[in-house]
Design a protein around this ligand. Structure first.
Ligand code: URA
Ligand code: SF4
Length: 213
């Protein structure tokens, strides 16, 4: 089965984990991607934002949320009263899954499947256990499924405090989780819907901000 577990060094800090993730062969996604994209930000953050997987620009630069979706996300985080520099940002899946594109063209993202999400989860668990945030924000269905399982539905569970799920089969965590839409859904929306979708993202992030102790 696909599994990053054997590649995750025990007792490692975030920097050592990030380094080790470059060598992960836990699923086939490492083959076509440029590099693994680990989480980055404040290692003692009280709020962690979990996206889906790196996009085209993240894959090239090696950092999460540095492309268009990241722009939307950081603007929304700021508008929700959260200092972006006090957050840690990561993804459910650490390698970019994409459709090959003609030379020079932006590669088209493909949604990771449950097997890839499950394979990559040990990295996310290791990050969350080290940072131990008060609030985790799941951005979209992939992050929600990574943390809650395949039955997770953003539309039904967004914008409210959910109990932190058990991360590694042990006891449930102490923090809370808030789910919302993925910022790229705002970018993909029809012109008529875009403002409302963005406002919904900000409103859900405000829920998360209020839950900080
Ligand atoms: N979308 C994500 O989910 N994560 C990124 O890092 C960039 C785009
Ligand atoms: Fe490992 Fe995750 Fe990359 Fe798959 S996507 S190779 S599990 S780091």
């Amino acid at each position: 089965a696909y599994d990053a577990g054997p590649y995750v060094p025990r007792g490692a800090g975030l920097d050592a984990l990030r380094e080790a993730a470059h060598g992960c062969r836990g699923c086939p996604l490492h083959r076509d991607a440029t590099q693994s994209v680990f989480g980055s930000g404040d290692a003692s953050a009280r709020l962690v934002l979990v996206g889906e997987q790196p996009g085209d620009q993240e894959d090239r630069k090696g950092l999460p949320f540095v492309g268009p979706a990241g722009g939307v996300l950081m603007r929304a985080v700021d508008e929700a009263g959260i200092d972006p520099t006090e957050t840690y940002v990561t993804n459910a899946v650490k390698h970019f899954k994409f459709e090959p594109a003609p030379r020079g063209k932006r590669r088209i993202h493909k949604t990771p499947g449950l097997r890839e999400i499950g394979a990559c989860k040990p990295w996310l668990v290791a990050e969350l256990q080290l940072i131990d945030p008060e609030v985790v924000v799941a951005l979209g269905a992939t992050a929600g499924k990574a943390l809650y399982g395949s039955s997770f539905r953003v539309s039904q569970q967004r914008g409210v405090a959910l109990p932190m799920p058990a991360l590694d089969g042990g006891a449930a965590g102490e923090g809370v989780l808030v789910a919302t839409i993925h910022p790229s859904a705002v970018l993909r929306a029809d012109d008529a819907d875009r403002a409302a979708m963005y406002a919904g993202l900000v409103a859900d992030l405000r829920v998360a901000a209020r839950l900080l102790r």
